[in-house]
Write a protein that binds this ligand. Structure first.
Ligand code: PEP
Ligand code: MG
Length: 538
């Protein structure tokens, strides 16, 4: 048995086979093949598999987001049926003795260039599709799964590190747990593990590689242990502990439908943090009173181009409808820093956490912001939606963001498109915002305190840097003073204040925040019932 230890970011125990996560940036090398006939055959087998995948993706998308959005997979399938495309790949292999991976990539690039040079906008947009579908075939040829996982059964994923955009692309139904060498417990990848409710370890002292594929392992999110090839008795003991944990979680369900009220009658709202529509289901199962933070930027990650207004509208509408009239607070795009999408073409920065991100981008690229706000306002006709702006540092930013929201509402009115009453709030996640929260309170309907960033900016400690974890101290007096001040200023102005950073889910902090008079705590769905239990015993 090999024994490793990591930092747990999510409790729980998982036992299963390992799969090594291969990075997606696979660039095929040009190679010469001898048996060109066999190579052409290998290409056709991969293409067939890609067609089957696309068929499945079409069916899934049809069921979840409707035909309009599912069509894209049909278009990709048609590309793989195109005679010119197929001839080009086959000729490169048979006439130039090139390997299939290289021939498909080169063909994809040539076709993309032709599409890009066309006058018609629709045809130009197909350039990205032909590149995408070629990459799919290449991944199959290279034995890399669609999302980096090569397994039929759910697995424990091991990786050097996982970026947020890689994590959002993972097929969640295939993952029992994940273990990485890098990463901090407050990174967005860790936050995603919490929202997926699967055990996860970061900062683990292993050297992952493909030799781990298929080996049996246990991840213990309580102890931080990662055991590869565990002895039978060790495995049995861990499975027993896992069963007990599951029984504990089942017992917790008795709290569903109960109020979040202390023994002396103080109430607080318990909402859920989500990163996607699929997390909303988990929030409902956990009996969340609402969605306190919908991290909308995850809709922008792991893709080749901006999500359209329609795509976003479909997601926000679905979330609002699923929550059946309970509040859904959508945080507008908080892209930048660790959350990167290539198509935004953001310049590399020396200090990205303090750089061009979130509201700064939105107030600059107003078309992107307006598209999102239109989608949000349109969805507000289908439930109770609120909006909040991230990374605010000044009143001017709030005024500017509100002005754009007003312009969007005016446009919708003129177009005769319905929208509901939308509360407007801001995140308090910079010391500047906390310190001028009296002034900001006059501009908005609520505050939501983002302790993850507020901690990093108050203490000047990078939340991504695993080396600094020992001094990333969310219990620091300076931070608690800022939280208290923010809540006081909210109440003085007659608005409510919640906390949506990871600290909101810390059981030890519940009495402190209740004392400060917090109105709402928004946490990962898995934390809601444990927090309710704690509050009811206070
Ligand atoms: C925060 O900063 O506390 C927060 C909730 O936002 P994020 O973790 O997505 O930066
Ligand atoms: Mg933040």
């Amino acid at each position: 048995m090999e024994r490793y230890s990591g930092k747990s970011v999510m409790k729980g125990i998982a036992a299963g086979r390992l799969a090594f996560f291969k990075k997606q940036e696979y660039i095929p090398r040009q190679e010469t093949v001898q048996d060109t006939g066999a190579e052409v055959q290998r290409f056709y087998v991969a293409r067939q598999k890609a067609m089957q995948n696309l068929e499945q993706l079409y069916e899934q998308a049809l069921a979840s987001v409707g035909e309009e959005h599912a069509m894209i997979f049909d278009i990709h399938k048609m590309m793989l049926e195109d005679e010119d495309y197929l001839d080009s790949v086959a000729r490169m292999i048979s006439e130039e003795s090139l390997n299939a991976e290289y021939a498909v990539t080169a063909t994809g690039e040539n076709f993309a260039a032709v599409f890009a040079a066309m006058d018609d906008e629709y045809m130009q947009a197909r350039a990205a599709d032909v590149t995408d579908v070629s990459a799919r075939v290449v991944r199959i040829l290279a034995g890399i799964g669609d999302d980096g996982i090569q397994a039929e059964e759910p697995v424990i994923l091991v990786a050097e590190d996982l970026t947020p955009s890689e994590t959002v692309k993972l097929d969640k139904s295939k993952i029992l747990a994940f273990v990485t060498v890098k990463g901090s417990t407050i990174s967005h990848t860790a936050i995603l593990a919490r929202s997926m409710n699967i055990p996860a370890l970061v900062n683990t002292d292993m050297i992952p590689d493909e030799s781990m594929n298929g080996r049996m392992a246990v991840v213990d999110g309580f102890t931080g242990e990662f055991l590869v090839d565990p002895e039978e008795d060790v495995l049995a003991a861990k499975i027993e502990a896992k069963n007990q944990w599951i029984a504990g979680q089942e017992a917790m369900k008795a709290l569903i439908g109960k109020e979040n009220v202390t023994t002396d009658g103080r109430k607080v709202k318990l909402y859920a943090n989500v990163g996607s529509v699929s997390d909303v289901e988990k929030a409902i199962q956990a009996d969340a009173g609402g969605i306190g933070l919908f991290r909308s930027e995850f809709l922008y990650l792991g893709r080749k181009d901006y999500p359209t207004e329609e795509e976003q509208f479909a997601s926000y509408k679905q979330a609002a409808e699923m929550m059946g009239g309970k509040k859904v607070i959508i945080r507008t795009l908080d892209i930048g820093a660790d959350k990167q999408a290539d198509y935004f073409k953001l310049e590399p920065e020396e200090n990205p956490a303090m750089g061009y991100r979130a509201i700064r981008i939105c107030l600059d690229r107003t078309e992107v912001f307006k598209t999102q706000l239109r989608a949000i306002y349109r969805a507000s006709a289908y439930g109770c939606i609120a909006v909040m702006f991230p990374m605010i540092i000044s009143k001017e930013e709030v005024v500017a963001a509100k002005k754009i929201a007003e312009a969007v509402k005016t446009d919708l009115k003129q177009e005769g498109i319905a929208f509901g009453d939308v509360e407007l709030g801001i995140m308090i996640e910079t010391p500047a915002a906390a310190l001028i929260s009296d002034e900001l309170a006059a501009e908005v309907d609520f505050f939501s305190i983002g302790t993850n960033d507020l901690t990093q900016y108050t203490l000047a400690v990078d939340r991504q840097n695993q080396q600094l974890e020992p001094i990333y101290a969310p219990y620091h007096k300076a931070l608690l003073k800022l939280i208290k001040l923010t809540i006081e200023n909210a109440h003085k102005a007659g608005i409510w204040a919640g906390i949506c950073g990871e600290l909101a889910g810390d059981i030890d902090m519940v009495p402190v925040f209740m004392d400060m008079g917090v109105d709402e705590l928004s946490v990962s769905p898995a934390n809601i019932l444990p927090l309710r239990k704690c509050i009811r015993e206070l």
